[in-house]
Write a protein that binds this ligand. Structure first.
Ligand SMILES: O=C(O)CCC(=O)C(=O)O
Ligand SMILES: [Fe+2]
Length: 330
C-alpha cells in the first residue's frame, strides 16, 4: 500500500485536484507527505536544534517546559519517549514576552523561530482550506478557529540521542499515540516514524529530503465527525539507526481554546453538550506532562476532569482506550 506523497507545486492553479488528493489521503490514512511546499530555512532550524542540544545540561535546564508549552524537556525520563525536546508554544509573536525562554535563545534566534512558525502557519491554513471545500464549507471556514490566540501552535525541536542498546527499564523511543490538535507538520531527516496504515498494520513513513509529513490530530478528527482520521504513530527502537542521533521538528497546530469540536456530531452522538478544544487540551496536557508537575510543584499542566474523560471515551476519540498511552498516574 503506497504512502500518499503530494506535490503542492500547482496548488493555486489546480486547487480542485490537489485539495482532493489531500482530503482523500486524510480520510484514508490521516497522514501524507507534501513536497514543493515552499517553506524555507529547514536546514538552518536543524542546525539550531543541534547547537542547542549540544549545550551542557545545566544551560538547557535554565527553563524547563511550562504550561505554555515553552521550554526544555529531557532532563528527566518519561514513560513515553527517550528523547529531549525544546518547545516554542504560544500564539505568533509572543515568545519574546514569555518568561520561560532561555537566555541562549536571544532576540535574533527567537525572530528566526517566529518567522519559521509563520511559514508553517501559512501552510497550515492552505491545508485547512482543502478540508473545508471538500466538506462543503467556505474555503476559509477553519481560519476563524485558528486565529493567533491561546493556546497557539507549538514548534518543537526533538533529539532522539543515539543509544547502543535500549535502556533496561522499558521506555519506548516514542510510544504510539495520536496528536491532540488540528494537524501536525513534521520535518525530519531520519527514518523511524511508523504509522498505522488503512489496514491497521504498522507502515514506515518514507523520508523524502526537504518534504513535510502532515497528519490529522484528534481535535480535527472529532470536529469533522471523524471524516478525517487521526492516526496512531510511533517510533520503535529497531527502526532508528543505533549509531546516529535522530532529529525531528514537529509543528503542532491547535484550534483556539473556545472552539466547539461538535461541528459535525457523529451519527450516534445525541448529546447536546459542548466540547471545547480547551476541555480536550487540558486532559492531554496533563497526561503528557503531569509527571513534570510532580517534580516541580509550581507547575500546573492542565486538568483531568472525569466528566470530560467519560464524555471523550463515549465519543471514542482516535486515541480511544489509549488516553493513558502517555500515562502518568492520575
Ligand atoms: O519525531 C517524530 O518523528 C515524531 C514526533 C511525534 O509524533 C510527536 O512528537 O508527536
Ligand atoms: Fe505525534
Amino acid at each position: 500500500m503506497e504512502f500518499p506523497v503530494i506535490s503542492l507545486k500547482d496548488f493555486a492553479v489546480e486547487f480542485e485536484r490537489v485539495s482532493q488528493e489531500i482530503f482523500k489521503a486524510s480520510q484514508k490514512w490521516g497522514f501524507f507527505i507534501v513536497k514543493d511546499h515552499g517553506i524555507n530555512g529547514i536546514n538552518e532550524m536543524f542546525n539550531q536544534a543541534r547547537e542547542f542540544f549540544d549545550l551542557p545540561m545545566d544551560i538547557k535546564c535554565e527553563k524547563i517546559l511550562n504550561e505554555e508549552t515553552v521550554g526544555y524537556d529531557g532532563h528527566t525520563t518519561t514513560t513515553f519517549a527517550a528523547s529531549e525536546g525544546m518547545s516554542f508554544g504560544l500564539p505568533a509573536g509572543q515568545l519574546s514576552k514569555s518568561e520561560n525562554i532561555h537566555s541562549w535563545w536571544d532576540k535574533d534566534k527567537l525572530e528566526d523561530i517566529e518567522a519559521f512558525k509563520a511559514q508553517c502557519n501559512d501552510l497550515n491554513l492552505k491545508i485547512m482550506s482543502c478540508f473545508a471545500v471538500h466538506m462543503g464549507l467556505q474555503k476559509d471556514f477553519f481560519h476563524a478557529s485558528h486565529r493567533q490566540v491561546l493556546p497557539g501552535n507549538t514548534f518543537k525541536l526533538i533529539k532522539y540521542p543515539k543509544m547502543d542498546e535500549q535502556p533496561k527499564d522499558y521506555v519506548p523511543r516514542l510510544s504510539e499515540h495520536t496528536d491532540w490538535g488540528s494537524i501536525t507538520l513534521l520535518f525530519t531527516e531520519s527514518p523511524g516514524l511508523e504509522v498505522r496504515d488503512p489496514n491497521n498494520q504498522w507502515h514506515a513513513v518514507p523520508v523524502i529530503p526537504g518534504a513535510v509529513t502532515i497528519n490529522i490530530g484528534d481535535a480535527l478528527s472529532l470536529w469533522t465527525g471523524k471524516q478525517l482520521k487521526s492516526t496512531m504513530h510511533r517510533i520503535s527502537w529497531d527502526k532508528v539507526p543505533k549509531s546516529q542521533d535522530r532529529y525531528s521538528m514537529p509543528y503542532f497546530v491547535h484550534p483556539n481554546f473556545e472552539t466547539n469540536l461538535r461541528l459535525n456530531a457523529l451519527p450516534d452522538d445525541v448529546d447536546e453538550e459542548v466540547l471545547t478544544y480547551s476541555d480536550y487540551y487540558k486532559v492531554r496536557l496533563r497526561l503528557t506532562w503531569g509527571s513534570l508537575e510532580q517534580k516541580d510543584a509550581s507547575k500546573k499542566f492542565g486538568d483531568i476532569d472525569n466528566k470530560t474523560l467519560e464524555y471523550l471515551s463515549r465519543l471514542g476519540v482516535a486515541n480511544a482506550g489509549k488516553l493513558d498511552s502517555h500515562s502518568v498516574s492520575i
